[in-house]
Design a protein around this ligand. Sequence first.
Ligand SMILES: NC(=O)c1ccc[n+]([C@@H]2O[C@H](COP(=O)([O-])OP(=O)(O)OC[C@H]3O[C@@H](n4cnc5c(N)ncnc54)[C@H](O)[C@@H]3O)[C@@H](O)[C@H]2O)c1
Length: 261
Amino acid sequence: MLMDNKNMLSGKKILIMGVANQRSIAWAIAKAYASAGAELAFSYQNGRFKGKVEKLVESEMPGSLLVPCDVTDDGDIENLASILQNKWGTLHGIVHSMAYAKKEELEGMFVNTSREGFLLAQNISAYSLTAVSKLLYPLMKEGGSIITLTFQGSERVVPNYNVMGVAKASLEASVRYLASDLGSMGIRVNAVSAGPIRTLSAKGVKNFNRLLEGVEEKTPLRRLAGVEEVADTALFLASDLSSALTGTILYADCGYHIMGA
Ligand SMILES: NC(=O)c1ccc[n+]([C@@H]2O[C@H](COP(=O)([O-])OP(=O)(O)OC[C@H]3O[C@@H](n4cnc5c(N)ncnc54)[C@H](O)[C@@H]3O)[C@@H](O)[C@H]2O)c1
């Protein structure tokens, strides 16, 4: 966290989805939210991530709720909703920080994308925002803020990002439709478009290091956005400071998205 934002989220109960390890963007967001006074719950994909996430959360935010939830499984999302209903009753925020595409779809020509790979990327990386919102918005009885993470590859061609770029375009359109549906209930839906950051998922994109170098050279600020800066943007979107923002994509990318060639 770059500034002293103590109490910015005090009294707010927020679900963080998508911590895999200490490098995850979701983890940086969780740390920013915890420092701002939020009470947090975490969902993780499955048993493969359980130990790591438990250890991280226990060391820095002991006592937080931890629930397994594979977002391709409606039963898992129903279970998550019922646990949050029983433990908290009211929810004020969701951070959706999850995506997946097969490694072989994140290299070479987009034209070679398989039907199965396309649908898998859409299911996990885009549809899951709607699936989760559908079952959790009823808990946002006092209004709330739903935030997802996206990337510039949704609007422009980024080599090797391929099927994930198309999934992010779908995710961003979902943000707008969900914002329109849920606005009358005081629920805001927004996305943070982060610049490239070295994480577990990013490793799946071929030549990711080359992408980092290219972006760093081109950004107006002449540097890459740090994960804490992305987290601070998510903090703003969860807080009442952004109360008039919904359906927006905020770019935490040191200005990369405005550049042409
Ligand atoms: N790293 C970057 O450069 C970058 C840039 C912009 C946007 N993003 C986005 O940020 C988000 C978080 O990614 P990250 O970079 O922190 O990587 P990460 O690997 O740390 O996080 C991705 C998360 O998605 C989860 N996930 C995948 N399939 C799932 C499923 N079926 N059910 C539940 N969870 C599932 C993984 O368990 C993991 O926790 C993603 O949406 C990613 O596209 C990343």
